[in-house]
Design a protein around this ligand. Structure first.
Ligand code: AMP
Length: 592
């Protein structure tokens, strides 16, 4: 039976596409109408099942499961606060430290601590919770975009390298864990969720081979593709870039029905053998579209039935919107969900809205959520049902896996409500200066990298007097640009080109493991660039800021810039440009 949900979901265009969709939509309605009682239940469940865990006992919760006691006894923490316990679990301590349930694996967050990915403990049943959130996405989308069961989704999905902790637990990114789970691998057939990419291609750890096979399938099935996507906008742009670099070989494979010998992964080869048949007509089409190197609207040209792009373009990904528009010819961009390694939070109930209007509705059954009004002390936390429209908050999380009042680091603004559930705009991640894709570089990391690199200038009696940075995403892959103003004490012995190139590499060696992995394993970040600017440039920058009303006493050099007039000023003063000549070191193994 179809549910009459039109009255409550935001401007839907049609009724649910199936009984299954109707049930999912009804579930969303129930959750969003009863936010506070669901949150109360979730906290009770978490606290009662973990009552005997060391962490809750340490704070003398004594079995209490009510909010008041919880809030008065349990401190708000950061990753660094709980790192000793995390390390014990990583080292093999199997006692119930955070959770009564065994820790099934660690999810490696793209947030870092001391240069390494953060390890988030998880429990097996969290997979069901993630699956539940995924199962709500298409029912909502089907309300806005009809006919998605009449074709396929071309999604570029990837797994990354896995490692084992000293105690033998797996440590891998949350999506790698999900794609390797039976929830994904043996998912039942759903006509609304058919992918062009075979599991074998998605699960191939080699990023080139995985991308190659996925692109090849996307081209072979081009007439069936109704939506094109990746998790983040940067991933989809990487795929377009891949097509630009590899279309000749791809067209050759399609023409001859033979697979590029660089694809050596046995399961990928075996599944491609079944899909790939000689198709000279299609090969000619691909060649025609690509050989002039005109990439405008390429997505629409190659996949003409595409109704929308499914990619996250909120937060740090907003920088990619203009490039995606160029390639897609103005296709709508749907940001469907908001999630992290710690917990999947919620979904966008109006997925076809403009990127600037995206809001996420947090599902109260996923975890217990609290909100710290931005800039306030940790004693003023507010519950999910009590946040106020227009205010900004930092998200605090208590999970079934045992994280208690954990600061995620995301800043969200409340824009309205769906039933009793607040809807949030993602504002930014705290302390992130530079980001190209999943990398997040903060001010301290950048400063440290500059200090390490400038050691190479010592023998030239030269120092870095000022610096700033910029995430250049105009080209794919994007790269970090660092502007340096140098003090060269002996112009006869100025640093050579070679040394400045090596400074670029030295900076990269000093950046965190997510950055280096993106450089080395994923090729999703290009070589770091140093642009040396004329002496006096940073003073001009200050003059400019003061002319726009900054206080001379409080002026601080911005450590990251993106405002066009400032960029123009800096770029007009560049005297030399230098690029990292090599890849930095990276292995999947953690340094600690
Ligand atoms: P990770 O821990 O590596 O899974 O990264 C999770 C983080 O990615 C979140 O805490 C957010 O900062 C960011 N993120 C996830 N989903 C979105 C989204 N829809 N929009 C903006 N940022 C997001």
């Amino acid at each position: 039976m179809f549910m009459a949900v039109e009255s409550t979901l935001p401007t839907p265009v049609r009724t649910p596409a199936s009984d299954k969709d109707a049930k999912a939509l009804q579930f969303i309605e129930e959750m969003t109408k009863n936010v506070d009682s669901v949150q109360e239940r979730v906290l009770r469940e978490i606290l009662s099942r973990n009552a005997e865990a060391e962490y809750l006992k340490r704070f003398s919760l004594n079995g209490a499961t009510d909010r008041e006691t919880f809030k008065s006894r349990i401190p708000v923490v950061t990753y660094e606060d709980i790192q000793p316990e995390i390390q014990r679990i990583a080292n093999g301590d199997k006692s119930p430290i955070f959770s009564a349930h065994p820790i099934s694996e660690f999810l490696t967050s793209s947030g870092t601590s001391a240069g390494e990915r953060k390890l988030m403990p998880t429990i097996h049943e969290e997979l069901d919770r993630r699956q539940l959130l995924y199962s709500l996405l298409m029912p909502v989308m089907n309300l806005y975009v009809p006919g998605l069961d009449k074709g396929k989704g071309l999604y570029f999905l990837f797994v990354k390298a896995e490692t084992n902790t000293p105690g033998g637990l797996l440590a891998r990114p949350v999506l790698t864990s999900y794609y390797n789970s039976d929830h994904f691998k043996t998912r039942p057939y759903d006509p609304f969720n058919v992918y062009t990419s075979p599991n074998e291609a998605i699960l191939c750890v080699d990023s080139f081979q995985s991308m190659y096979a996925q692109m090849l399938c996307g081209l072979i099935m081009r007439d069936e593709v109704l939506r094109v996507g990746a998790v983040f906008a940067s991933g989809l742009l990487r795929a377009i870039h891949f097509l630009q670099n590899n279309w000749k070989q791809l067209a050759h494979d399609i023409a001859t029905g033979t697979l590029n010998p660089k694809i050596t992964d046995a399961p990928v080869r075996e599944c491609m053998r079944k899909i790939l048949k000689p198709n000279p007509e299609l090969a000619q089409f691909v060649t025609m579209e690509c050989y002039e190197e005109n990439w405008e609207f390429i997505i629409k040209r190659i996949w003409p039935r595409t109704k929308y792009l499914d990619v996250i373009v909120t937060g740090a990904m907003a920088q990619y919107i203009p490039t995606l528009e160029y390639y897609s010819g103005g296709l709508p961009m749907a940001c469907t969900m908001y999630a992290s390694s710690e917990c999947y939070f919620g979904l966008n109930l109006n997925p076809m809205c403009k990127p600037s209007e995206v809001t996420y509705t947090i599902m109260p059954n996923m975890a217990y959520f609290e909100f710290l009004p931005h800039g306030s002390s940790t004693s003023c936390l507010v519950d999910l049902a009590d946040v106020e429209v227009g205010k900004e908050y930092e998200l605090i999380l208590t999970t079934y896996a045992g994280l208690c009042r954990y600061r995620v680091g995301d800043i969200l603004r409340v824009t309205g409500f769906h039933n009793a559930a607040p809807q949030f705009r993602f504002i930014r991640r705290k302390n992130v200066l530079l980001s190209i894709e999943s990398d997040k570089t903060d001010e301290a990391e950048l400063q440290n990298a500059i200090e390490n690199a400038s050691l190479l200038l010592k023998e030239f009696n030269t120092s870095v007097v000022e610096y700033t940075s910029y995430a250049d995403t105009k080209q794919i892959p994007g790269h970090y640009v660092i502007y340096w103003e140098l003090l060269v004490k002996d112009s006869a012995n100025a640093p050579t080109d070679d040394v400045l190139n090596r400074c670029c590499l030295q900076m990269e060696e000093s950046l965190n493991s997510v950055y280096r992995q993106s450089r080395v394993a994923d090729n999703s970040i290009g070589p770091l660039e140093i642009r040396v600017v004329e002496n006096g440039t940073f003073e001009e920058l200050m003059d400019y800021a003061i002319s726009r009303g900054a206080s001379i006493n409080q002026y601080k050099v911005p450590r990251c810039v993106s405002f066009t007039p400032i960029m123009e000023l800096l770029n007009s003063r560049v005297v030399s440009k230098h690029f990292s000549p090599d890849l930095p070191h990276w292995t999947p193994e953690r340094r600690r």
